[in-house]
Unconditional design. Structure first.
Length: 487
């Protein structure tokens, strides 16, 4: 009933893009309270359809219905409601008022007021590995809608029926709550996604997926006659550093935690820890093998991802000096976890095969001789989303010089934790230097994600009656503002 496996035809695509352009002004002019109601309505509708959505997601992605998919749907609706809170709070608009000041040190200052506004229709490319949280109604969609931007959602081919059904539910809920007709729609097809990305009516785009795919779209967005912001989340190796003191205090627990983190969901998390830096003579090999013993084979999301993982794993096995710690059964499309190991010297000489992400249930141990070698190893790996350190407070003097190296290559640092849990909150940061993202100053998770789809406009010398409500002297929306330099 919900199958939508064929590409969107040209006439329908044109209708959707036209509708998004027509919806841009009323969506941007809607009050924060109105947009908050739209988001809550979408969340309520998705929750009500859980009994249809979760089994369909399970069938198309092979991910377990519970707790994985049921929990992911709850995360998705929580995220929509959290952005409703962002709208109610109002600080996201950055409303700032500078009254005219004839005595301003730089010379007389005019009355100038600044506020953020919606950037315009946004094209969102859905992810394969999170069919709810990073897909049709995921964080990019929620943050763009919260900003007042219509969304054209390019569905991922890995779950087309789920995308069609989710899209219908979200669209009907939004319009039913008062949003303009063209506020949201779903399109299908790779070429159709490229066509939409090139369309002058699209003002920004976001993407979650592979480095090659994301980079190709990023280049298209920047090659347009009028380039647009492209927020791509691409790849990440997510290194974990363990100190000698941590091994002495809780080595077995570290081994179990790492094994569970890199094999979670068949390693198909963008935050999967792919590199484990251990001191030489760490003594954790047996504990790691034990932690992985008996691990069941897990299916990959689709045949393309399974084949890519198998190829990358084969490349890793062939790198000189890389040894297998825990053997894996490699019967595509299901795999058991693979743990490999090498020395710091061999890692430095191994090139891209060992330095880059391997998407799937594989990870590489790298033994470092001392702090100096560890810093040299961190210097050659690709930047990513996260970097983790497991240590003891007694290690503080040894750890402190390592932290700048970790901060340089990651957007989120973790202390004695594992990166595969990415909560949705006000302080969350899910981004990092390229190739983790194409825009390292932004996040795709957390309330700050809304900032990607807003642009500032300053209003100079306008009479109060012509100013946007957030800048009017009476502050009718009662927003938090900075006035003449004071909050």
């Amino acid at each position: 009933m919900y199958r939508m496996s064929q590409a969107t035809d040209a006439a329908t695509l044109e209708k959707i893009l036209t509708g998004a352009a027509a919806a841009a002004r009323p969506a941007a002019e809607a009050t924060p309270a109105e947009r908050a109601r739209w988001l809550v309505a979408a969340a309520d509708a998705l929750d009500a359809a859980a009994d249809d959505l979760v089994p369909l997601a399970h069938r198309e992605t092979h991910l377990p219905a519970t707790p994985r998919l049921a929990g992911e749907l709850k995360r998705t609706t929580f995220q929509l409601r959290l952005f409703a809170e962002v709208l109610t709070d109002g600080e996201y608009l950055g409303a700032t008022v500078d009254h005219a000041d004839p005595d301003w040190p730089m010379g007389p200052r005019p009355d100038i007021r600044r506020v953020k506004t919606a950037i315009g229709p946004v094209l969102v490319f859905a992810a394969s590995n999170f069919p709810f949280a990073f897909s049709v109604a995921g964080g990019d969609t929620a943050s763009a809608l919260a900003a007042g931007c219509p969304v054209v959602l390019k569905a991922h081919p890995g779950h087309p029926e789920l995308s069609a059904l989710t899209g219908r539910i979200v669209r009907e809920a939004l319009v039913g709550a008062g949003a303009p007709e063209g506020i949201f729609d779903v399109i299908f097809g790779q070429e159709e996604g490229v066509t939409a990305l090139k369309d002058p009516r699209i003002a920004a785009a976001s993407f979650t997926g592979s480095i090659p795919g994301g980079r190709a779209l990023f280049d298209i967005a920047n090659a347009r006659p009028r380039p647009i912001p492209f927020y791509g989340e691409l790849g990440s190796v997510n290194p974990v550093v363990v100190t000698e003191a941590a091994i002495a205090a809780r080595g077995e627990a570290v081994a179990k935690g790492y094994a569970g983190s890199f094999s979670l969901g068949a390693g198909q998390f963008c935050t999967k820890p792919g590199l484990l830096f251990l001191p030489e003579d760490h003594g954790l090999t047996d504990a790691l093998r034990q932690a992985l013993s008996g691990a069941a084979a897990q299916p990959m999301l689709n045949d393309r991802i399974a084949a890519g993982y198998a190829d990358k794993l084969a490349q890793l096995r062939e790198v000189p000096g890389v040894e297998v710690v825990s053997e894996a059964a490699s019967e595509s499309p299901s795999f058991t976890p693979t743990l490999l190991a090498t020395t710091g010297k061999q890692f430095l000489e191994g090139g891209d095969s060992v330095h880059e992400e391997c998407f799937g249930p594989a990870s590489l141990i790298v033994a470092y001789a001392d702090q100096a070698e560890l810093l040299s190893l961190l210097d050659v790996i690709e930047p990513g989303l996260t970097a983790t350190i497991h240590g003891e407070e007694s290690d503080a003097d040894w750890i402190r010089p390592v932290l700048p190296a970790l901060a340089r290559i990651a957007g989120r640092l973790l202390w004695n934790d594992w990166p595969t849990g990415v909560t949705v909150s006000w302080a969350q940061q899910h981004g990092g230097p390229y190739p983790a993202t194409t825009a390292p100053t932004t996040t795709s998770v957390g309330t700050a994600a809304i900032e990607r789809f807003l642009r500032p406009v300053a209003w100079q010398g306008f009479p109060d009656t012509l100013l946007p409500e957030p800048l009017q002297e009476a502050n009718p929306w009662q927003l938090p503002r900075r006035t003449d330099g004071s909050r």
